[in-house]
Design a protein around this ligand. Structure first.
Ligand SMILES: C/C(NCc1cnc(C)nc1N)=C(/S)[C@H](O)COP(=O)(O)OP(=O)(O)O
Ligand SMILES: [Mg+2]
Length: 562
């Protein structure tokens, strides 16, 4: 049986641990799709469109470590670029594969369908270079092994997406078989001298400091260093604060967890402790406009920042120091100093006694949060969508074992529906819950039909506040209004005659409790619960945060100031 370029790609994808490949077919990729589905280790997952396909792959990569999205040329890839951008911003090795024109067409100046019609076939590859860590276009079958291995290796090492373009007439062309996968997957260990020097520099940075705090950022998990961080935190005994996009990357039931550090909208007394510290160990942190509340919450002491493959101090930088190895080494050498925990225990806020609404009470944002809190257990994975769901979700306490997913760097509304679908395919034994607003839901609603098709029992808490409330709080206008849907009824449309999803409406606290009880027992497919709340019922945190972000957006151009 002929071994082809498509078989080579399929084998490499399977060898790096991918079990599901997300696809939308098109005549430039059909032969390639045949080769992928011929590989027994790969299960084909069709998506309703390429935006959702790429976002499903983004979510799958959060669970699986790497993922692949296979689309057709131009009309497919340009939509998939959005999920690829998300994977770049969120540090996920998503492999974007696109079919492309027959290798003879460019040289014959043919005009082809799906293209711009100007005879240029390089624009997609050029665009892909900007949003991936490595982009390759296979022009001859002989070079396919080298290019495929290179792109995948770069993506795995950098935790960034890569791009592989395969012409429609090469997917089935003969190709040699691959060598050991270790050539692709073996990571680059830290440089021993740099690791040693960075460790010594950390000791210097910490010596003499009285009040060290650890601040955890979202790149910790992407670097695979959660276990080493836990060891370091327990060796120091200090307070551990977490950035909002890193929620769940340090256990919230741990005695040293002091809350989410998010400036004015922090939880617990995280901001008090972080600002009280005289040494801040930042691990995988990202200080962007959203996580610093419009630049009002940037730590103001000299900090030490350990990133995925380098460490910087107030006076030194060390390249090729991998985060797991660095934190592991630090855990061996630091001295115990729980000053910030002693202080925190004097500041620890009393647990919130959330008002329990009466069953007949109209549903409110607070009551939804209270009931979602009660849903959560060790097997819960909670996805929170861009919108007030960020603030509602971040306030929740994660029980031991619960996971949390947020897309705070890219922030594409609608991400949570396809992403939770992709994620849940890898974790069928977990109970995935999505908190999503009405506006976001309208962007990618079609992927609920894939949850129906593949019978994935995701619980979707759809918070219908009649429009784009987060935008209203940043800057209101007519554009923040949207057409209301009968969201629960949509499920009947997606079920058609062979689906087993449930669409429920909750207008009161009692109806929500009933709907959640039904969802907890339903596993034949998703349960969508449409929760109607007042359109002005949004979190205090959103309003506060929105004002600061709006003023950051409004800073006058520099030349106007002079
Ligand atoms: C329109 C936009 N952001 C701008 C935006 C526009 N387009 C994309 C793809 N991503 C974005 N974040 C946002 S946050 C809406 O308020 C979301 O509305 P909804 O899902 O209904 O949530 P809230 O009501 O809680 O805000
Ligand atoms: Mg809304």
């Amino acid at each position: 049986k002929k071994f082809t370029v498509g078989d080579y790609l399929a084998q490499r994808l399977a060898e790096i641990g991918i079990c599901h490949h997300f696809v939308v077919p098109g005549d430039y990729n059909l032969i390639l799709l045949d080769k992928l589905s011929a590989n027994p280790n790969l299960t084909e997952i069709g998506c309703a469109n390429e935006l959702n396909c790429s976002m499903a792959a983004e979510g799958y990569a959060r669970a699986n470590g790497a993922s692949v999205c296979v689309v057709t040329f131009s009309v497919g890839a340009l939509s998939a670029f959005n999920g690829t951008g998300s994977a770049y911003a969120e540090n996920l090795p998503l492999i974007l594969v696109s079919g492309s024109p027959n290798t003879n067409d460019a040289g014959q100046f043919h005009i082809l369908h799906h293209t711009l019609g100007n005879g240029d076939y390089t624009y997609q590859y050029e665009m892909a270079k900007k949003i991936t860590c490595c982009a390759v276009a296979v022009a001859r079958a002989e070079e396919a092994p080298r290019l495929i291995d290179r792109a995948i290796r770069h993506a795995l090492l950098a935790r960034k997406p890569c791009y592989i373009e395969i012409p429609t007439n090469l997917a089935g062309a003969s190709c040699v078989r691959p060598g050991p996968i270790s050539a692709v997957t073996d990571y680059v260990v830290s440089d021993p001298a740099a690791l040693e020097a960075a460790g010594n520099c950390a000791s210097e940075y910490l010596s003499g400091k009285l009040k060290p705090v650890i601040l955890v950022g979202p790149k910790l998990r992407r670097a695979g260093a959660e276990a080493e961080l836990l060891r370091l935190a327990e060796a120091m005994g200090c307070a551990v604060a977490v950035q909002p996009a890193a929620k769940g990357m340090f256990p919230e039931d741990h005695p040293q967890f002091v809350g989410i550090f998010w400036g004015q909208v922090s939880t617990g007394a995280a901001d008090t402790i972080v600002h009280w510290a005289d040494a801040l160990i930042c691990v995988g942190t990202i200080f962007n406009d959203y996580s610093t509340v419009g630049w009002t919450a940037v730590p103001d002491i000299p900090l030490m920042a350990a990133d995925m493959d380098h460490v910087t101090f107030p006076g030194a930088h060390f390249s090729r120091v991998r985060l797991p190895e660095f934190l592991g080494r630090l855990a061996e050498q630091v001295s115990f100093n729980d000053t910030t925990m002693v202080e925190y225990n004097r500041l620890r806020p009393d647990p919130l006694h959330l008002h329990v609404a009466a069953p007949e009470d109209a549903l409110t944002r607070k009551e939804i949060s209270r009931q979602v809190q009660d849903m959560m257990g060790p097997k819960t994975s909670l996805f929170v969508e861009t919108g007030d769901s960020w603030f509602n979700g971040i306030q929740l306490k994660l029980p031991q074992g619960a996971q949390f997913e947020i897309e705070m760097q890219w922030g594409h509304i609608g991400w949570s529906i396809p992403a939770s679908f992709g994620y849940a395919l890898h974790y069928p034994e977990r109970r995935t819950i999505v908190m999503v607003g009405d506006g976001s839901f309208q962007v990618t609603a079609q992927e609920v039909s894939q949850m129906v098709r593949f019978r994935i029992p995701i619980t979707i808490i759809l918070i219908n506040n009649r429009g784009y409330t987060i935008e209203v709080e940043i800057h209101d206008g007519s554009y923040n209004k949207i057409k209301n849907w009968d969201y629960a009824m949509l499920i009947r449309a997606f079920n058609s005659t062979d689906g087993d999803a449930k669409g429920l409406v909750a207008n009161t606290a009692g109806e929500l409790a009933e709907a959640i009880a039904i969802a907890a027992k339903h596993d034949g497919g998703p349960t969508l619960i449409e929760c109607t709340i007042d359109q002005d019922d949004c979190s205090r945190e959103l309003i506060t945060w929105g004002h600061y972000v709006a003023s950051a957006n409004a800073r006058p151009p520099r030349h106007q100031r002079e």
